[in-house]
Design a protein around this ligand. Structure first.
Ligand SMILES: [Zn+2]
Length: 419
């Protein structure tokens, strides 16, 4: 498992559509092909792709060129020059407090630690900026020395405004000051929308019956760094789990389906389209989703249980019985592929390291500092134990127990947009 993790990191950040992603898919396909009894296939998915030739941010007063990274799928800009309005964190109240100053300006906000109750996601802030008439958007990572933060713009071929990630050093040039005049920036983004195609790697290990326990992890990432925590960790653990359980699934009442999704970083679109393309019976045969996304970088896992109350209790009890107690968080957090299963009524849980631990290595997610040195082998071992305990109990549970996990008191509302 550790060697798989290293190999995934060796190939770079695995941005969907890049050679790095293609190489990672080829590697994972080869690793799944040697799992005994696994039937491996590629499910093709078309999604709104995007490529960027140039992204430049300049201090319009000094002409100084500044480090930046385009948010995935951002709208283009041909030499946009505008004043930069610093809205601090960029919470709703920050936008409302400056409502009459936003139109025609570039707004600047801060990136927040994504795995905490109450955080406000980049796409919420970008949505507010666009709605309130901003002509551009800058989002800054708060930590010195780690450079620009990346992320998806969520535009997916629609309209939008030019949006760039920056580092704290660049943000300092544009930060709020008592001066009446605002600093100005120039943005050039030359990007192209184009139809793209990628593959979801599916490995089926059949059980006695027609239904499936689905273990998933997204293989794609961002172009800078190694996308090591997010999500070479989840893919390595999913591969390890497949090997561990392969010899035991055929006697279970249902089968194990391992899904390595791509285009997750594009607003969760890969798994969403994959689920949409499936007929109802095929979707119904998937009884539970255990999604592994960012399971290293901090010791200790939290299960995000997507508003399914019985699932929440089942996860807690099952992990405790295995001697691996984990915390759970019941409200739906639509921050990974499990959210697409939950939206279809399939009980879905995301295992995640670093929840409510803003000082952990997970703070470096989406930056060039998401590299393999932030992950320890024992974190992956722990994640494998927890994931295997949950998956095995889901494989052997009686039908009534498993179908009861789909119970929800009411339709949950999303607290978080996709990361
Ligand atoms: Zn992820």
């Amino acid at each position: 498992m550790w060697a798989d993790f290293q190999s995934l990191c060796d190939g770079g950040g695995r941005l969907a559509g890049s050679a790095s992603e293609a190489a990672a898919l080829a590697f994972a396909r080869q690793r799944l092909a040697v799992v005994p009894n696994a039937k491996v296939r590629d499910d093709s998915v078309e999604y709104p792709g995007w490529r960027c030739r140039t992204a430049q941010l300049t201090n319009a007063m000094t002409g100084l060129s500044l480090q930046c990274t385009p948010l995935l799928g951002t709208a283009s800009a041909v030499g946009l020059v505008a004043e930069v309005l610093d809205l601090g964190l960029g919470r709703t109240e920050d936008f409302e407090g400056h409502a009459n100053r936003i139109r025609g300006r570039i707004v600047m906000v801060r990136h927040e630690y994504p795995f905490a109750a109450g955080h406000v996601h980049r796409r919420v802030k970008l949505g507010l900026a666009e709605q309130m008439g901003a002509v551009g958007f800058l989002i800054a990572h708060p930590e010195p020395g780690v450079g620009a933060v990346s992320g998806s713009s969520g535009r997916n071929g629609g309209t939008g405004i030019p949006a760039l990630g920056i580092g704290v050093e660049v943000a300092k040039m544009f930060q709020r000051s008592p001066d009446v005049t605002l600093p100005a920036a120039r943005i050039v983004i030359d990007g192209d929308d184009h139809p793209a195609r990628t593959h979801m790697l599916i490995a089926d290990l059949p059980g006695r019956g027609p239904n499936w326990v689905v273990v998933s992890a997204h293989i794609d990432g961002h172009s800078h760094g190694e996308s090591a925590m997010d999500n070479a960790t989840g893919v390595a653990v999913a591969l390890g789990l497949a090997r561990l359980l392969a010899a035991h699934v055929s006697g279970c009442p249902r089968g194990l389906r391992v899904c390595l999704f791509s285009a997750e970083e594009w607003g969760l679109i890969g798994s969403r389209i994959w689920l949409e393309q499936m007929d109802t019976a095929a979707r119904r045969s998937m009884l539970i989703n255990i999604n592994l996304d960012t399971v290293g970088g901090a010791l200790g896992l939290t299960a995000l249980t997507s508003g399914f109350e019985r699932l929440d209790t089942w996860v807690k009890d099952t992990a405790a019985r295995a001697g691996l107690p984990i915390a759970t968080h019941l409200p739906l957090m639509a921050n990974s592929d499990h959210a697409n299963f939950a939206a279809r009524g399939i009980p879905a849980v995301r295992l995640l390291a670093g929840f409510n631990a803003p000082n952990s290595n997970l703070r470096l997610l989406l930056t060039a500092a998401d590299t393999r040195d932030k992950v320890r082998p024992e974190e992956l071992d722990h994640a494998l134990r927890v994931a295997t305990a949950l998956t095995w109990q889901a494989l052997v549970a009686d039908d009534a127990t498993l179908s009861s996990l789909a119970a929800r008191r009411s339709t949950p509302t999303s607290q978080t947009a996709p990361i």
